[in-house]
Design a protein around this ligand. Structure first.
Ligand code: DC
Length: 239
């Protein structure tokens, strides 16, 4: 990027499930020389942990037990040079593949609606972005985690295109899931994300909308890079 390299900002990327937020945010962070933080992976890691320890199952969560186990759940990111991205570790184990499976996807909304879980993960996310120079993607980044982010992007895309993208992604990983199952999972997660009382998905007033239904990744990145440069200049001149 051609603008001032020493001034760093926070880029908050929020939006619906399977809009390509992580792909976009990861690539944008790489171009800007920023750290990419996938907050959905953190909710997924807590969900996986709950499933493994038997406090989540069959569409139910034992909230008290889940919250009770949080203090000794260790979530960390570690850069994987083969993927050019960070993998998620749960208690020292690389769980990047497992957290993307349908069992975790089916239960993660039940976990992400729990206030005590959100509180702890939000606190962690704030620590991770404290030095700025991050692109963080999620649902509440521009509204709750970093309401002072210099650039807020709200992503959306046609629901059918989103379902097809997720279907191809899982198919490529060898997971057997029907398109109908994915449609159901996405629409249920959209509903749950928008209606939960704490940290619901909503567009921040000062967010810019990115509808990538008919855009290439390169087009998305060029659009965002221009905005980053603009916001850096804006924050330099306002000081
Ligand atoms: O981005 P994702 O699909 O991997 O996110 C997984 C789930 O976690 C999603 O259903 C909503 C939830 N989530 C959230 O509530 N808040 C965030 N900041 C990120 C994700």
């Amino acid at each position: 990027m051609k603008c001032s390299p020493d001034k760093k900002i926070i880029v908050a990327v929020d939006g619906f499930s399977a809009c390509g937020k992580s792909t976009f945010a990861r690539a944008l962070a790489a171009r800007a020389g920023y750290v990419f933080i996938d907050t959905g992976a953190m909710y997924r890691a807590v969900t996986l942990c709950g499933l493994r320890r038997g406090v989540i199952g069959d569409g139910h969560v034992d909230e008290q037990a889940l919250v009770g186990m949080l203090p000794d759940v260790r979530i960390a990111f570690e850069f994987n040079p083969r993927r050019g991205a960070s993998d998620v570790f749960l208690d020292g184990e690389n769980v990047e593949k497992e957290i993307r499976g349908i069992e975790v996807s089916d239960h993660v909304s039940l976990v992400s609606r729990i206030g005590a879980v959100r509180e702890q993960l939000v606190a962690m996310q704030r620590r991770m972005g404290a030095d700025r120079g991050v692109v963080m993607d999620g649902r509440d980044i521009g509204t709750v985690v970093f309401p002072d982010a210099e650039l807020k992007i709200f992503m959306t895309a046609d629901p059918e295109i989103r379902a097809l993208r997720r279907y191809r992604e899982l198919e490529a990983k060898g997971e057997k899931v029907s398109l109908d199952e994915i449609r159901r999972n996405l629409s249920e997660r959209d509903r749950a994300d928008r209606t939960r009382p704490i940290g619901p998905l909503r567009q921040a007033e000062d967010a810019v909308v990115l509808d990538n239904s008919r855009m290439t990744l390169e087009e998305e990145l060029r659009w965002a890079e221009t905005l980053i440069c603009e916001r850096i200049e804006r924050s330099c001149t306002s000081k």
